[in-house]
Design a protein around this ligand. Structure first.
Ligand SMILES: C[S@@+](CC[C@H](N)C(=O)[O-])C[C@H]1O[C@@H](n2cnc3c(N)ncnc32)[C@H](O)[C@@H]1O
Length: 229
């Protein structure tokens, strides 16, 4: 269990071995402090523990809908919703829900590490370029974001920024980097480091190396529909 403050909100979040609150989520929460949630219809895409949606619900959202591909994430989100007393947040398994809602804001901390997807790795793996879930996010948003709505999500530099930005463009969105942080890479990334180095050679990954220590750059992205001519 993790207890922490995000702005004025006190959050208590249950985690398990697979699904947890990461440095990425905490960075996104810092930025979300600047947003107005009151009376907004929010979607937490890839809700995991439910931490982002719970934060939005506590900040006065009209409603929050969460989606995830992992049934364990839906169970955990439901437990955290009860624990934090957020009756206006409902999480769904993405395949089960006949979605017909439109959202003002879609927030997401997508799985974007460049490793192949496998059962049990839903939490972090984004396919070989790290952008599979980001593509799903844009496909979903093209159908479910209000015309004047906005998407906020994170993307690590270990995934392909160019491929994600071009995909967003093809789906009718702009892709704008509005925040950035640098964080040291931990040991478990060794498992897919060969892929990062391979992708670096084609410009589909980058990282900083200072005195042998590697860091990734995590970008905060804002995406909106591009103006129609
Ligand atoms: C890095 S975690 C973020 C969880 C949580 N939002 C947070 O910030 O702590 C990514 C989440 O997205 C889910 N996920 C992965 N691929 C997905 C997809 N294609 N569609 C929806 N959810 C997905 C994973 O199961 C995982 O819970």
């Amino acid at each position: 269990m993790k207890k922490f403050s995000a702005g004025l909100q006190e959050l208590t979040i249950l985690e398990n071995e697979k699904i947890r609150v990461t440095r990425y989520s905490e960075f996104l929460l810092l930025y979300l402090e600047n947003l107005e949630f009151s009376q907004q219809r929010i979607c937490d895409f890839g809700c995991g523990t439910g931490v982002l949606g719970i934060y939005a619900a506590k900040r006065g959202a009209h409603s929050v809908t969460g989606f995830d591909i992992d049934p364990d994430a839906i169970d955990l989100s439901n437990r955290n919703i009860d624990l934090n007393d957020c009756s206006n947040f409902q999480p769904y398994l993405i395949t089960d829900h006949g979605i017909d809602e439109k959202y003002d804001l879609i927030i997401s901390n997508p799985a974007s590490l460049p490793t192949v997807k496998a059962s049990g790795k839903e939490f972090f793996s984004g396919g070989i370029y790290g952008i599979d879930m980001i593509q799903d996010l844009f496909n979903f948003s093209a159908r479910h974001l209000q015309k004047d709505g906005c998407i906020f999500f994170l993307q690590t530099s270990l995934s392909s920024i160019n491929k994600a930005a071009n995909y967003a463009h093809d789906k009718g969105f702009n892709y704008k980097i509005i925040g950035v942080f640098q964080t040291e890479i931990r040991g478990h990334y060794q498992e897919f480091w060969h892929r990062v180095e391979q992708n670096q050679r084609t410009g589909d990954a980058h990282f900083v190396e200072i005195n042998g220590v590697h860091s990734e750059i995590v970008y905060l992205i804002e995406a909106k529909y591009r103006d129609l001519p």
